[in-house]
Design a protein around this ligand. Structure first.
Ligand SMILES: Cc1cc2nc3c(=O)[nH]c(=O)nc-3n(C[C@H](O)[C@H](O)[C@H](O)COP(=O)(O)OP(=O)(O)OC[C@H]3O[C@@H](n4cnc5c(N)ncnc54)[C@H](O)[C@@H]3O)c2cc1C
Length: 391
């Protein structure tokens, strides 16, 4: 019988924990280290909510992955793994400030999803005013509602994944920060923590999100940390700002980046922008910039007038690990045997949690079936420029 292979996974975000669970299920001996208490407060995966969608313009692979993931989230809801439903399949509202045009995110998503026989409802301003009264409907003459989609309580999902990993026999070390790789010649044989602890393993997997290009500087030309502001407002009557009248939404996102969530039971309403963001060092103070609040309020005043003066509860600077092409980076290091990198989320990976572990494990085990070439180790053809947004 083949000896059990061992792996040390650095980072307990959604990449690290889903990979840990899948590899454990495949018989690997798995150790995970992370400096946080898990869920780590500064991790991208740790938040109150993340959008789960299959709407990806004309991109067939992301759309397929989104569709399979949606089924996965519903299965997770169904099998009562969670004390509370952590995925809310309220649907996804995609509105455009002009008639949807070929080449645009909204139009191409509508086209591809309709061709896949998804039951979308096309909407004009009159329909928006009727169904989604919080919107300045007259400003959104076109768009659609996709009943398949919603949002996940990401921080709670991470806590649950960590618990489940432990139950399955994964060793999870918190308050344990990676310092450097352990090497034997050109072979990576494990990881050493800042407190001196050594974790030897057949494979070392870096799943360190926005910290990855800092921990492995040779990657800094193909991926980098980008700061994205998230603002939480308080609404007085949460029910008015919840599905079905206020589901997860995208407001002309192809051009503006604006998107957001229904209010939580305590009235917290999150707004964010999937835009270019700003380059940061992952250990810089996590502060949004001074012009973020006025910028967000100008958007609210324009699109959700009743929210324009809603009290601001909190702000968060959350980090993407942007790659130059917006695709994930899931591969063995071509020159350093024993090292694997699972990073490059580019601001859109959480939704794929139900399938991410298997995708990473297929690449770890060099299996061709589930392997996705676009996530392979690759070169950047054109220098300069910002990360592409896979939307
Ligand atoms: C503002 C914002 C909004 C987003 N919205 C969405 C959305 O709506 N839908 C969606 O699908 N995705 C969304 N995303 C993207 C999603 O959050 C990420 O794709 C995903 O969480 C990345 O997971 P990760 O495991 O790569 O990184 P992380 O969750 O950041 O995990 C990396 C881990 O590495 C650990 N680490 C760092 N340094 C060390 C070290 N030295 N030693 C050990 N461990 C270390 C950290 O503590 C952390 O726990 C959003 C991201 C942001 C920033």
């Amino acid at each position: 019988m083949a000896a059990t292979q061992s792996i040390v996974i650095v980072g307990a975000g959604v990449f690290g924990l889903t990979a840990a669970l899948e590899l454990r299920a495949r018989g690997w001996g798995v150790t995970v280290i992370d400096p946080g208490p898990v869920p780590t407060p500064t991790a991208a995966s740790t938040d109150i909510s993340k959008v789960v969608r299959m709407d990806y313009g004309a991109d067939k692979l992301w759309t397929e992955l989104g569709s399979v993931s949606l089924t996965g989230w519903n299965v997770w809801n169904l099998v009562d793994w969670w004390p509370d439903k952590l995925f809310h399949d309220d649907g996804f509202l995609v509105l455009s400030r002009e008639a949807m045009q070929p080449g645009g995110f909204e139009f191409e998503s509508f086209q591809l999803l309709t061709a896949r026989d998804e039951k979308l409802e096309r909407l004009d301003s009159a329909a928006v005013a009727l169904r989604f009264p919080g919107w300045a409907a007259e400003k959104y003459p076109d768009g659609y509602f996709n009943p398949r989609g919603g949002w996940a309580e990401s921080g709670k999902v991470i806590a649950w994944l960590a618990q489940k990993a432990r139950r399955e026999g994964v060793q999870v070390f918190e308050n344990c920060a990676f310092a450097r790789l352990l090497e034997d010649g050109s072979r990576v044989i494990g990881a050493q923590a800042k407190d001196g602890r050594a974790f030897r393993a057949d494979l070392t997997l870096l799943a360190t999100g926005a910290w990855t290009p800092t921990l492995l500087p040779e990657l800094s030309d193909v991926m980098w940390a980008t700061g994205q502001p998230v603002l939480h407002f308080r609404v007085a009557n949460p029910a008015e700002w919840q599905a079905p009248r206020f589901p997860v939404w995208a407001a002309d996102i192809g051009r503006t980046g604006w998107y957001g969530f229904p209010a939580l039971a305590d009235g917290t309403l999150k707004v964010a922008n999937h835009g270019s963001g700003r380059r940061v060092h992952p250990d810089d103070p996590r502060e949004v910039s001074r012009d973020d609040e006025p910028r967000f309020r100008a958007f609210l005043r324009d699109t959700f007038p009743a929210l324009a003066d809603a009290p601001l509860i909190s702000t968060r600077l959350c980090l993407y690990c942007d790659t130059f092409d917006g695709n994930f980076w899931l591969d063995h290091h071509p020159q350093r045997p024993g090292l694997f990198v699972a990073a490059g989320d580019s601001g859109h990976a959480f939704k794929f949690a139900p399938v991410l572990g298997a995708i990473i494990a297929e690449a770890v085990e060099r299996k061709q079936v589930g392997r996705m070439k676009r996530f392979d180790w690759r070169e950047r053809k054109t220098p300069g420029g910002e990360g592409a947004r896979a939307r």
